[in-house]
Write a protein that binds this ligand. Structure first.
Ligand code: ADP
Length: 860
């Protein structure tokens, strides 16, 4: 226990898994926590004076199952192994931490999402900016950047790291702490010294084996150096291995991408659904036809990082257009991609010394298929495909170099032979040949002895404890020759050995242990030679990922009938026949009504959209946002045609937010998000606002909505393209009076007492909000509906402010029946109801019922 306490004291923030013989054991508080999470039985161990110590444990081979569970539950796992052979140890076996696993550094497939990167992030807040680094230890991705805080928040939301390292003793921006808490991101404090420039520089220089930071582009970049040094230190410290697969440091320029703030990412459901169960509600789910896990990750990256350079967007969309027109190439690509494994993560296993022979074999097979991908791409003309094909062609021969050494069937372990192909190594072949005749002798022993003894059921077998044996069932005991020596008795049989067998076994087993060592050496040599080429291999893997992402977008475009958008430098959105990609794909039977958008700075730049609830306002807003975004990814878009002036940011304020759990009221969230828009929108932005001002009293809400609309119209710096859906009809007069704004409505038709939603966008304002109508359709009791109509009439006539307590109180003081006793109002309401009736469609019984109801209500 003394040894345990020493190690525990060095890792106080971890759950310590302590190796004892074949078991991992946990003690004290760790045992209590782990027993609950892992479902282990808690026992106790008498620990002398300190009384009973809680204890639990499991066989070491179950760790693959238990460690990830612990990490997924938000804990850090410290793995303490015996680091010397217990047989050779004097006194207590030496033990040491061999790895620390936390959410951001786990390489275990059980908790990794194949189609999402697994990021660890480190931050270093400055006055107005923040230096940050992202690393994915599973693939070796490593990048650093510095940006204003809002841009970093956008990046944080897009990459959704699993863990964020923060320097000890530093105040963090509240928004980041809040974000981490709401997304269950582990915040790990790292001692300040690891952020010191000198120390950080050394860590980086040592890792990349460079003598100055200049070659990495970090010259003079103090904060970036500090933050990337800290993250690298943490990774190396946790993994306790080399991490040679981290081969370069990317200097990220967030300026290349459209800014998407966390609320837009969430509201537009790009890669994550608003509601966790709705996995099919994301744009990713509609566009994802990727075949490989790497391609899936790349596509996800593209979707959350739309481009803003027209040239780059066009390069991509041109490539997609070419693939869309080449179904044969698409078919070929699919076949080749299908056999390519997650090379990026396999290389990660190689670089961190975890790869087994199966991993290398998988890499070898994938490399050969990468050449096939290159061959398919070579018939295409787009410069992007040329470049990809060239990179992929460099895989030529590399796969065979691996495959010619390894067997086709491989074990999981690397120390027990069975890995190396005959013919791959002369020395190994010679060693095998030496015992070949003995092996054959054993192999043919069964047939020989069956014949000799005349026992057809005689078997020759092998087990680890007894070695080779001859098994004869008990009924044939009388046929056992004298040289057979009994070794073991089972239920129905006896097991024997002969002196000859014993001798043969000794020779084989000593030769085999030498063969296993030799195989292991050959395997390690192969692993090293693969690792030496890691940089090139990573580029091949990246080229596969990119090809797969192109493949996916092209297949989606073909299957879903998308078109290529024209993207231009400048402002304006022109969409014909646009549709919502997710709604249409999730509801194939829905007769979705396509709609147009036509906005430019010279004509209407702002749309004020009215229409009853359920008309399709939110859908129209979101589909416009998604079409613009898809165009800037370079993807084809769901429309008949689209011309999109590149936007720098998409802002959204739509729908109910899930931030209530953070203790903010809906209205507060709405205002925070709107404030962000009004502070940061530019004339190149796209702003989507849905039902602003709903969370407060009518006049408050109307006034706020009014002022926001005016500001976006009048302030040239904030002159964004804006789609503004509202239920405040009062605002339609405002939109009429503004030069760059127009009134639009989503059409509905009244049909008797029914509302028919046409879902079509038309110029002009909608004349009524139909709220009560929709409520009636939803089945609100007719008495409540009638009363609502009365109240509405009264409010409209007498201009009572429903937010004014005194006025409302006065209304409430009068008995309900008297309150609207004016014969005028009743007559008006009665007439309205009569107008809606369709006697020709009523049964006599319904007619009588209606008459009785009307009488009861209006003529008591
Ligand atoms: P609102 O924001 O006006 O309340 P929504 O956008 O939420 O309305 O749409 C309400 C419903 O109408 C949605 O369930 C959607 O499936 C359907 N809908 C919206 N737009 C269309 C359309 N263009 N064609 C067909 N159905 C639509």
């Amino acid at each position: 226990m003394k040894q345990y306490y020493e190690i525990k004291a060095q890792n106080p923030d971890c759950i310590l898994f302590f190796r004892m013989g074949d078991f991992f054991e946990l003690f004290e508080n760790d045992a209590e926590i782990a027993s609950k999470i892992l479902g282990l039985t808690l026992t106790s161990r008498n620990n002398g004076a300190s009384g009973n110590t809680p204890l639990c444990g499991f066989p070491h081979h179950a760790s693959e199952r238990y460690f990830p569970k612990m990490v997924a539950a938000g804990y850090k796992v410290a793995v303490c192994e015996q680091v010397e052979d217990p047989k050779l140890a004097k006194g207590i076996v030496k033990r040491a931490i061999v790895e620390i696993i936390s959410a951001g550094t786990s390489m275990n497939e059980a908790i990794l999402d194949a189609k999402a990167a697994s990021y660890l992030c480190a931050i270093l807040p400055q006055k107005n900016t923040i230096a940050f680094s992202f690393a994915d230890v599973t693939t070796g991705y490593f990048a650093v950047s510095e940006s204003p805080i809002p841009n970093f928040e956008s990046e944080l939301a897009r990459r959704m790291p699993k863990e964020i390292l923060v320097p000890a003793g530093m105040d963090l921006p509240q928004s980041i702490v809040e974000f981490a808490r709401s997304e269950n991101i582990l915040l790990t404090t790292v001692a300040e010294e690891h952020y010191e420039w000198k120390r950080a520089s050394e860590v980086i220089e040592n890792h990349f084996k460079v003598t100055s930071l200049e070659s990495l582009g970090l010259d003079g970049q103090v904060e970036k150096t500090r933050v990337s040094g800290a993250i690298l230190w943490y990774l190396i410290d946790q993994k306790k291995s080399e991490l040679s697969h981290i081969t370069h440091l990317e200097l990220l320029d967030l300026g290349e991408y459209m800014v998407l703030d966390p609320s837009t990412l969430r509201n537009l459901e790009l890669v994550r659904p608003l509601n966790a169960d709705d996995v099919r509600s994301t744009l990713m789910s509609v566009l994802d036809y990727t075949v490989t896990a790497m391609g899936g990750r790349r596509l996800r990256e593209w979707i959350s990082h739309p481009l803003i350079s027209v040239r780059k967007i066009e390069e991509r969309s041109e490539a997609i257009a070419e693939l869309v027109a080449n179904p044969i190439v698409l078919d070929e690509l699919k076949l080749a991609l299908r056999e390519i494994l997650d090379m990026e993560r396999l290389l990660g296993r190689v670089g961190s010394g975890r790869a087994n022979a199966r991993d290398l074999y998988g890499l070898g097979k994938s490399l050969s298929k990468a050449v096939k991908v290159a061959e398919s791409l070579s018939s295409l003309k787009s410069p992007i495909f040329h470049a990809l094909a060239e990179t992929l062609l460099s895989a030529e021969g590399k796969g065979d170099d691996i495959l010619k050494i390894l067997n086709d069937e491989l074990p999981i372990t690397v120390r027990e032979g069975g890995m190396i192909r005959t013919g791959a190594d002369a020395e190994l072949d010679r060693m095998n040949a030496e015992i070949q005749d003995r092996r054959e002798w054993i192999a043919s022993l069964e047939a020989r002895e069956r014949e000799r003894l005349g026992v057809n059921t005689l078997k020759v077998g092998y087990n680890r404890v007894f070695g080779y044996y001859i098994e004869v069932s008990k009924i044939h005991s009388d046929k056992i020759p004298p040289e057979y020596i009994r070794k073991q008795t089972t239920v129905n049989a006896e097991r024997y050995i002969t002196p000859e067998m014993k001798e043969c076994e000794t020779i084989i087993s000593s030769a085999e242990s030498r063969i296993h060592d030799a195989e292991y050496r050959i395997f390690c040599r192969l692993r090293e030679s693969v690792n030496a080429e890691r940089h090139e291999l990573q580029q091949i893997a990246e080229a596969v990922a990119e090809t797969d992402a192109f493949f996916s977008l092209s297949v989606a475009a073909r299957k879903r009938g998308y078109v290529r958008a024209e993207v231009f430098e400048g402002t304006g959105i022109e969409i014909r026949g646009g549709f919502h990609p997710v709604i249409v794909s999730a509801n194939p039977d829905l007769a979705f009504v396509p709609n147009d958008v036509s906005l430019s700075p010279d004509a209407h730049r702002m749309m004020l959209i009215t229409g009853p609830n359920m008309a399709g306002k939110s859908t129209y807003l979101r589909q416009t946002g998604l079409i613009v975004l898809m165009a800037q990814i370079g993807s084809f878009v769901p429309a008949e045609s689209a011309r999109i002036g590149v936007v720098d940011r998409i802002f959204t304020r739509v729908g109910a937010s899930d931030r209530l759990s953070r203790g903010l009221s809906t209205f507060m969230v709405e205002m925070i998000e709107t404030a962000n828009i009004l502070r940061n929108a530019t004339e190149k932005s796209l702003v989507l606002l849905d039902e602003i001002g709903r969370g407060t009293s009518t006049f408050d809400g109307l006034s706020i909505a009014w002022a926001i609309f005016e500001t976006l119209h009048d302030n040239p710096k904030r002159a964004a393209i804006t789609l503004f859906a509202t239920h405040y009809h009062e605002m339609t007069t405002l939109a009429d009076s503004l030069e760059h704004a127009g009134n639009y409505q989503i059409a509905v038709r009244e049909d008797g007492d029914k509302l028919i939603f046409l879902h079509r966008i038309l110029a002009g304002a909608c004349d009524s909000s139909y709220g009560i109508h929709v409520a009636e359709m939803a089945g609100l009791p007719s008495e409540v509906v009638r009363r609502a109509r009365k109240i509405l009439l009264r409010l409209e006539k007498s201009h009572i402010d429903p937010s004014d307590a005194k006025q409302v109180e006065k209304m409430r003081e009068q008995p309900q029946v008297d309150m609207f006793a004016s014969p005028d109002e009743d007559t008006q309401l009665l007439l309205e109801e009569l107008r809606r009736l369709k006697p020709e469609e009523m049964t006599p019984l319904q007619a009588l019922q209606t008459l009785t109801e009307l009488k009861a209500h209006y003529a008591k």
